[in-house]
Write a protein that binds this ligand. Sequence first.
Ligand SMILES: C[S@@+](CC[C@H](N)C(=O)[O-])C[C@H]1O[C@@H](n2cnc3c(N)ncnc32)[C@H](O)[C@@H]1O
Ligand code: SF4
Length: 370
Amino acid sequence: MNGVRHLYVHLPFCSHRCGYCDFVTVVGRTGDHDRYVDAILAELALERELLADELETVFVGGGTPTFMGAASLPRLLEALPAAAEVTVEANPETVTPALAALLRAVGVTRVSVGAQSFEPRLLRVLERIAQPDDVRRAVYALRDATFDNISLDLIYGIPGQSAADLERDLTAALALEPDHLSCYELEAKPGTRFTHTFGNELTRQADAMEGYFERVVERLTDAGYRWYETANFCRPGAPLGADDFRSRHNLAYWHGRDYLGIGIGAVSTVGGERWRNRPSLPRYLSAVLTGARPPRESERLLAIVRERERVMLGLRLDEPLAVDSVQSTLDRDALRRLEGLGLARTGASTLALTERGRFLGDAVTAELLA
Ligand SMILES: C[S@@+](CC[C@H](N)C(=O)[O-])C[C@H]1O[C@@H](n2cnc3c(N)ncnc32)[C@H](O)[C@@H]1O
Ligand code: SF4
């Protein structure tokens, strides 16, 4: 059987909750870290037959995976299946030289560091713990531990962030020569403390964000990075044994591949079915540690839903999308109109957005969907 080749593991623990974040997180609870590792491994054993013998990618995300104790995290990483790309998300203040060496020793190939900004005033607005020097120290420690695939996350559109602040953030990030960069526009997630405080300000500044996005793309492509996905950039070149510095795990999502997600709140898409583990830690632990599947919601995905997702995700990439498999979702009149406007282009059997189309992004894609 062709099994799933992409595995996501969710480690929800954080030392504190940043106001803008609506990911499934659990603050503190250090006493539960070890039991959670046991539960992750138990859930993985329950689903093992879904996985291929050889995995392409494993992504350990959070939460703050590197907030887990120096014993729990390596124990988990050592027990996970091997893969060509193994990514761990790390918060800068948690990355010591010892942790970096440890991650390397247990087979991690890629570390994604959440920098967000290099401006202390803006880091305070985001309620981040790490200071700019923590980000620098983390990257140096990872390089010293011989990591040759380091990604930095940046956020732009932070309330109070001027165009000059953004330029300084990009300069500071580029100075660290990351292999990969993810640059996200700050989203006001419903129900967060942050949206309550700054929601109106984010609405007021929305128009300026198009210019910020263009500046991000311009600065990073001028510096030689490939704008390979709407919010993602990578240095050209090839780390040993891989095609390039694109995130192979995230590419799997954007290409519409199947993936298995383990842990609270994790989502899986396998063989036309999608399920999401419920976010409750106590319920997850008590179910999985007694041999049962965790409480989850699942849905059967109609072919048309998958096709629409394929278009929405595929057109975020800088490579053309094969149209054969998505014919029935495309509005041919809209496509001709968008081609005429220079926002989309078609090949013999492919479709892509032009650079202008990519700046407008989801709005163009929405028009294309019948
Ligand atoms: C799942 S988070 C976890 C990463 C890690 N715990 C950290 O805080 O750096 C992954 C990334 O999502 C982005 N992110 C989280 N909330 C966001 C929001 N409201 N708007 C835009 N980006 C967000 C941040 O850049 C973050 O690094
Ligand atoms: S942004 Fe990262 S560190 Fe902050 S609460 Fe979310 S997952 Fe935790």
